[in-house]
Design a protein. Structure first.
Length: 224
């Protein structure tokens, strides 16, 4: 008997969303690997990384479409259907931006300047910290459902969502510091390199921003 998204919804409305998030995590966690290859300017390696990320993002899209197509309309759901679709779309966008990053770094052979190693590592660490926090929130939704979205579990989830916002703010600061370090050495770089690095860093920052957006969508339906 084949896998059925509908069967998952009969167990929990959140289980398909959790399955999607697990696949997104695979995608996001390829990014620091790619950055290590950027440091040494191994174009073949980061082009290979980009293909893997693109494949994972495609798998996320397939799962997203299967969930949308099979989201029940005729059975009772403990949360509004539109809410589930909004969470699904926001999570999917995280994988989209990971793929955008991967595509950007393959457009022209580039090697990360050594002066940016440390600030980029700090930025990436905070992006992963933000993503990991929203991942834990999503994985806690079943527990929240069992308590009817109230009590100590709801308080715990609110606190976790607040942490997502705190970590995203720290990532914003790290991104600004990274840009400052880039501008310190801009005279040693081609103008197009400066432009491309800024776009690349923005794509990474969007992953933290979208993690916060997922948290805010979850906060909305808990508070209703």
């Amino acid at each position: 008997m084949g896998f059925s998204i509908f069967d998952l919804f009969k167990k929990s409305p959140f289980e398909p969303i959790q399955e999607q998030m697990k696949k997104i995590k695979e995608c996001v966690y390829k990014l620091p690997v790619m950055i290590e290859h950027l440091k040494v300017g191994d174009f073949d390696k980061y082009e290979e990384d980009a293909k893997i990320i693109s494949h994972l993002e495609h798998e996320v899209d397939i799962l997203k479409n299967r969930i949308r197509d099979n989201l029940p309309k005729s059975i009772f759901l403990p949360v509004p259907r539109d809410t589930l679709l909004n969470i699904l779309s926001s999570q999917d966008a995280i994988a989209d931006y990971a793929e955008d990053f991967a595509v950007l770094v393959t457009l022209r052979p580039m090697k990360l300047p050594e002066e940016l190693y440390k600030p980029l590592d700090e930025f990436m660490k905070l992006i992963l910290k933000t993503f990991d926090q929203i991942y834990e929130v999503v994985m806690t939704l079943d527990e929240l459902l069992e308590t009817s979205f109230g009590g100590e579990v709801a308080k715990k989830v609110y606190d976790m969502i607040n942490k997502v916002g705190e970590f995203e703010h720290e990532a914003d600061i790290a991104q600004a510091n990274l840009a400052k370090e880039l501008f310190k050495i801009e005279d040693n770089l081609k103008p197009m390199d400066v432009f491309m690095w800024l776009k690349i860093f923005n794509k990474l920052g969007d992953i933290a921003n979208l993690s916060e957006k997922v948290g805010n969508r979850i906060r909305l339906f808990i508070s209703k």
